[in-house]
Ligand binder design. Structure first.
Ligand code: NAD
Length: 356
């Protein structure tokens, strides 16, 4: 029996997670999933109830569970709080506490939604790539850092750092994912101008020796950005540092043109994961039954695939989502002329009904 901590968070988080829970309940009753759910608070709603965006109770529950399903955090009402009390601290705190160093960001464009992309349909239709981003190291965390006075003027600085072990573990993560896909890894760096890039490249070459079945190529980050927009279907798995991954994964997400469709995972070395849609809490549409729940439902599929090795059930969820899209049902954010527009809750019910 797997135990999952459910953290709906703020804004549309509650509505979209409710749909994912409907799917889990159906899988539990009819498909022998046996997933136990534990409920907790995170983000602004946790702050309102407990004075902290990440209460100790949530941290304890995170340790007692096998993975986390998260909605989204944030909202206007908490924006003026001290940085340490803001909803986002809840997310960052969970990542740090559980050492979730491997961020998986798939960019999948369902053929039914190809017209939603700003790119030409033939460039993106059928796109299915995975960006593996190092999440807890690199220039975002490196020391020293600061803004100081120096040589009679102000001076700002950050430091990009990686230990060999940090690059190795994200490398292993990427290669193992590639083994379950098309067996190709493209490692992205700036080895032409940065020592840390040269180092990254060398360590990746070493990791690759453990995976003779997977092809490793390298690309400079600036070229990778161009190639993502020019011919994104050339990629299977891309692995990169925290900074480049932040930028490239948002770029890849936008290739699909539908923020409400994309799930993500952040994993630690034991394949414990936090699974969440890539979008935020969308306060502009919260409480109106307008949010697209599919990214959250697909986050459950990712959880089954990457943390619980239940590929068969994960495929059932993916197939159900495909079927509902094939039938022409869309939430407003992904609807075109002629589609059947449905609300958050009905979309959840449709996916539940399409599970076979
Ligand atoms: P957002 O992703 O919440 O919304 C951007 C736009 O996309 C909005 O117009 C929104 O209505 C739409 N949108 C997002 N998800 C949707 C869905 N499932 N269905 C339909 N439409 C959807 O980003 P934002 O507006 O920049 O941020 C809002 C809040 O969310 C902020 O407080 C921000 O800090 C927070 N945020 C949280 C996360 C997270 O929890 N991981 C990520 C990004 C932003």
């Amino acid at each position: 029996m797997s135990k999952v901590l459910v953290l709906p968070g703020d804004g549309i988080g509650k509505e979209i997670v409710a749909q994912a829970l409907k799917v889990i309940e159906r899988l539990n009753t009819d498909f022998n999933l046996s997933m136990e759910l534990v409920h907790g608070l995170v983000g602004g709603s946790a702050y309102d109830e407990t004075g902290s965006p990440l209460p100790q109770e949530t941290l304890d529950a995170a340790h007692q569970c096998d993975s986390i399903l998260l909605g989204a955090v944030g909202g206007y009402e908490w924006e003026s709080l001290d940085r340490d009390l803001r909803p986002e601290k809840g997310l960052l705190g969970l990542r740090a506490e559980m050492d979730l160093f491997s961020n998986l960001r798939p960019a999948i464009l369902y053929p039914q939604l190809a017209s939603a992309s700003t790119l030409k349909e033939e460039v993106v239709s059928g796109l299915d790539l995975m960006i593996v981003r190092e999440l807890v190291g690199g220039i975002y965390f490196g020391q020293p850092r600061g803004i100081i006075e120096k040589d009679g003027q102000m001076y700002g600085f950050n430091t990009a750092t990686y230990y060999q072990s940090e690059i190795e573990r994200i490398g292993h993560s990427a290669f193992q994912i590639a083994q379950k896909r098309d067996k190709r890894v493209c490692s992205v760096d700036k080895a032409n101008v940065l020592e840390i890039g040269e180092f990254w490249r060398g360590v990746m070459e070493g990791v690759a020796k453990d995976y003779p079945d997977v092809e490793l190529t390298h690309m400079y980050a600036d070229n990778a950005a161009m190639q993502l927009v020019r011919a994104p279907k050339q990629f299977d798995v891309m692995v990169t540092s925290n900074l480049f991954g932040d930028i490239l994964s948002d770029c890849a997400a936008m290739l699909t043109g539908s923020i409400g469709m994309l799930p993500s995972a952040s994993l630690n070395k034991n394949n414990y994961g936090m699974y969440e849609p890539i979008h935020g809490s969308a306060p502009d549409i919260a409480g109106q039954d307008l949010a697209n729940p599919l990214a959250t439902i697909l986050s459950v599929s990712m959880m089954l695939r990457y943390s619980f090795n239940q590929l068969g059930i994960a495929e059932k969820i993916d197939a159900a989502v495909n079927k509902v899209l094939d039938q022409g049902y869309r939430t407003k954010d992904i609807a075109s002329k002629g589609d059947k527009v449905v609300g958050t809750s009905e979309m959840g019910d449709l996916v539940v009904g399409a599970l076979q």
